[in-house]
Ligand binder design. Structure first.
Ligand code: GLN
Length: 465
């Protein structure tokens, strides 16, 4: 257990650690951390706790630029902090570092970063940190902060949490403010919380779980569920067949089965369920997310933010030059893909179909949960429905970094097959470590709940932990 003071002063040599892991894109010197901690508001729930922030969430401290790990925002310092950052500071937390990521959140291994890949070291071997919030995951696992914020659009908090053996919680869409969070795909983007223990994730969640009038998608107070006053003793746990594809690795499948056995022997009711539309979820996600990205990223044109390329005024190519120099390959690929699927020839066959699948995924989830989905007025909860669903978070334990660098792009997309369904439906989902494989690599299980059942999900995650 690290004490508050240990974690505050980061017992290890931060520079040497960061050279090895490349997990921080920037961080404050020890003296600044100390003085921020001394001046933190007294009697606050996160007093003096260090929290690292993914580099796509705005911080206004001059030594903590916000770059989305992209050259297009190199050195960019936001004039204002994100609402989630202000809330943490008001609650006594010390924001001391920004974390490495896949550029603009696009990726699953934190290797598509203009700052170079994040490295997940385990026993002298270099593994994938998962992505896109890989820097946040490694920082939490290595004790460089009490907690870290990530963002989760299709799994970017849960996958790195599973690969590094920590807790990664993606709350219900719309609960945590996105004001000051640079959008990737705004109908899916969610701020997520990464910690070693579920209880700490809950503490941070409770601080951030407030309505923000500045974010039009922030749920108003009337749409937020009160925390259940009495705790359930036994639960109905759903096990969805579609989350057991052939490709699921054996150690992960075994861990999942043993968790289900353990829950059964503790008196919980286990129910096999089916959510058929999730089989199309990944295809729909990789249409919708790039489509939204192509629109969101249009503003990085060299005029308003960050870096500006030399203008070839004769040809009027300022925008093109800026994007050509400023974006990495994966970002360009997604923007082109999104521009295509939104074009008049393609929109009916791609974007519209994907939206339909998204609705089917939502419907299928609503058909298994005991409680009704408050975001969809017509649906009722299901009699004999389940309280939570438990699945694996990832198909395998963390792959070797050398392997993922050789992978084809589409292989990385397939990684998100277990996490994307909850994203499409906006549901709360938490990856919690559950045992290890034979070589000692951690395995993550995913708890999902009905829209707004965030505390239910965290309670079940605690039972598994
Ligand atoms: N790996 C997924 C993608 O590349 C998810 C990313 C995320 O959740 N930000 O889009």
């Amino acid at each position: 257990e690290t004490t508050e003071r240990d974690s505050l002063l980061a017992p290890k040599d931060v520079a040497a650690w960061n050279k090895r892991t490349n997990a921080f894109t920037s961080y404050l010197p020890r003296e600044s951390i100390q003085s921020l901690a001394e001046n933190a508001p007294a009697n606050t729930p996160l007093h003096g706790k260090t929290i690292a922030i993914k580099d796509n969430i705005c911080t206004s401290h001059s030594e903590l630029p916000t770059t989305c790990a992209s050259n297009i925002l190199k050195g960019h310092t936001s004039p204002y902090p994100a609402t989630v950052v202000s809330l943490l500071e008001e609650s006594g937390a010390v924001i001391h570092a920004k974390t490495n990521m896949d550029e603009f959140g696009m990726g699953s291994h934190s290797i598509y970063s203009a700052r170079g890949p994040t490295v997940n070291h385990v026993d002298g071997v270099e593994y994938s940190a998962g992505g896109s919030s890989g820097g946040s995951a490694v920082a939490v696992r290595d004790g460089m902060c009490y907690a870290a914020l990530g963002t989760d659009t299709g799994g970017s908090v849960r996958l790195p949490a599973a690969y590094t053996g920590i807790v990664g919680f993606k709350p219900t869409y719309g609960l945590l403010s996105r004001w000051g969070v640079i959008p990737y795909a705004n109908s899916l983007d969610t701020v997520g919380i990464m910690t070693k223990k579920v209880e700490d994730a809950r503490k941070v969640f409770d601080v951030l779980n407030v309505h923000d009038p500045k974010d039009p998608t922030s749920l108003p107070p009337t749409a937020r569920k009160p925390i259940r006053s009495e705790k359930k003793k036994t639960w109905t746990v759903g096990v969805p067949a579609e989350f057991n594809p052939e490709e699921l690795s054996e150690p992960v499948r075994k861990a999942w089965a043993s968790a289900i056995d353990a829950l059964r022997s503790q008196g919980h009711t286990i129910k096999e369920v089916s959510i058929p539309a999730v089989q199309q979820a990944i295809s729909a996600y990789y249409i919708l997310a790039p489509a939204e990205a192509s629109s969101n990223l249009a503003k990085f044109d060299g005029i308003r933010y960050g870096r500006r390329a030399d203008q070839d005024s004769a040809n009027g190519t300022l925008y093109a030059n800026t994007k050509e120099e400023g974006w990495g390959e994966e970002v360009k690929r997604r923007v082109l893909l999104g521009t295509f699927t939104l074009s008049s020839e393609a929109i009916d066959n791609f974007f519209i179909q994907a939206q339909k699948i998204r609705r089917m995924v939502q419907d299928d989830f609503d058909k298994v949960f005991a409680t009704k989905n408050p975001s969809r007025a017509t649906e009722q909860g299901v009699e004999d429905g389940v309280d939570v669903l438990i699945t694996p978070s990832s198909m395998t334990t963390a792959p070797l970094l050398s392997e993922v660098k050789k992978q084809k792009r589409l292989d990385a997309y397939v990684n998100d097959v277990l996490t994307v369904p909850a994203s499409l439906a906006g549901l709360p989902a938490c990856s919690v470590p559950y045992g290890k494989d034979e070589s000692g690599m951690p395995i993550g299980l995913q708890v999902m709940g009905q829209f707004g059942e965030d505390h239910t999900v965290l309670e079940m995650a605690k039972i598994l932990e």
